[in-house]
Design a protein around this ligand. Structure first.
Ligand SMILES: *Cc1c(COP(=O)(O)O)cnc(C)c1O
Length: 398
């Protein structure tokens, strides 16, 4: 076997290389580049004694197969040296709930960023509350001032940066430092950046969540969640995943692995096209503000520059006040932007949203109607022509 990329230990340095090489082991599969998709529940042991001693590299389909191990180890390598292991879950939301359940117990208090993904907030309010775990929400831009919000029983703090729909950037390093001084665990949803553009474990996070459904899968055809943990939390993460009986189906694991291989080139394009479209939108007379962290006009731009090495294709705009029907006319006139949830696939998307009812620690007063875009892999010229069509329809309906 002369495939040097699969010899260890000497992980290639650049992340773009690591998405290609990580988690591969052709010698184990007769030289074939990719691992087989193991459809597995039971496995059999050579003897009764081996069974009783659990003398086997794998124990059971739910616990792990060479297919799941390939994706786990690939993601672990991308997360950086602080990563002690990865759990694969059936969705991004399952990754969020599993990570929270891995660290919390009855009587604990949790701090949650006010711009968290909607179902994250609902899980805290509707499920954790049933276990006697209380959650309070904090201003995502609070930085070091977060210290004042810790209570004696604050066990964990949850971050998401940039936040869903509104794109505030959090000072993750400062918040993690305060949290650790207070003895609290730091969890972060890193779906937007992926470990290619931000590595939270390097900035003090203990558990990192990703909806692999988005950029890791990358083709709008898979539900997948991942949680990466540092050494202090990997045992609790694995135990919680195991005892809740959670696992990801082998075909979906494989789609995650397949998507991962092109993550770097796809993200580069989402970044470049997203920023081009964002800059174009910023010049439009119909647009009040563009909420894209890579634009100098974004309030979190300095933090983004400090911590992130890129931006994905997801951002929002605030339109100047127009009737709601004009916003719908704008969206309905688009032909390349699908109107639909989720994101991270190859195609462009757009949705209207209103965060006002979702905020409790901060007020959402954007100054006009808001729309979120996912910029896919289409040519920017075509996307801009489509948006021009949308603005013509908006003007006609306003
Ligand atoms: C989509 C999303 C999730 C949930 O992922 P699913 O795979 O759809 O469950 C979690 N966090 C963020 C930031 C997301 O955008």
């Amino acid at each position: 076997m002369n495939d040097t990329s699969d010899k260890r230990p000497s992980p290639p340095r650049h992340a773009d290389t690591r998405v290609v090489t990580a988690g591969r082991h052709p010698p184990s599969y007769h030289g074939f580049i990719n691992p087989p998709v193991y459809h597995a529940s039971t496995l059999i042991y050579p003897s009764a004694e081996d069974y009783v001693a659990q003398r086997s590299r794998y124990q059971y389909g739910r616990i792990g197969t060479p297919t799941t191990e390939a994706l786990e180890s690939a993601i672990a390598e991308l997360e950086g040296p602080q990563c002690a292991g990865v759990a694969l879950l059936p969705s991004g939301l399952a990754a969020i709930s599993t990570a929270l359940l891995a660290v919390l117990k009855t009587g604990d208090h949790l701090l949650v960023t006010d711009n968290a993904y909607g179902p994250t907030r609902a899980f805290c309010e509707q499920i954790l509350s049933r276990f006697g775990i209380s959650a309070t929400f904090y201003d995502p831009t609070i930085g070091g001032e977060i210290a004042a919000q810790f209570r004696p029983n604050t066990r964990a703090i949850y971050l998401e940066s940039p936040g869903s729909l509104s794109f505030e950037i959090q000072d993750a390093g400062t918040i993690a430092k305060v949290a650790h001084d207070k003895g609290a665990v730091v969890l972060i949803d890193n779906t937007w950046a992926t470990p290619l553009y931000f590595r939270p474990l390097d900035h003090g996070a203990d558990l990192v969540i990703q909806a692999g459904t988005k950029y890791i899968g990358g083709h709008s055809d898979v539900m997948l969640g991942t949680v990466s943990a540092n050494a202090a939390h990997i045992a609790a993460l694995k135990q919680t995943t195991f005892l809740y009986g959670l696992c990801e189906g082998p075909d979906d694991v494989y789609l995650g692995l397949r998507g991962l291989r092109t993550l770097a080139v796809r993200l580069e394009r989402h970044f470049k096209s997203g920023l081009e479209v964002a800059r174009w939108l910023e010049q439009r007379p119909e647009v009040l503000r563009v909420l894209h962290p890579a634009l100098p006009s974004h309030p979190g731009h300095a933090l983004w520059r400090r911590d992130f090495t890129g931006a994905s294709g997801l951002f929002s705009i605030v339109l100047k006040p127009v009737p709601q029907k004009a916003v719908y006319a704008f969206l309905d006139a688009l032909t390349l932007f699908g109107i639909g949830p989720s994101w991270g696939g190859y195609e462009s998307l757009a949705i209207p949203f209103d965060l006002a009812p979702a905020r409790t620690a901060t007020k959402w007063v954007p100054g006009g109607p808001t729309v979120r875009f996912h910029i896919g892999l289409e040519a920017v010229t075509d996307l801009i022509a489509d948006l021009q069509r949308g603005f013509a329809a908006l003007a006609a309906a306003a």
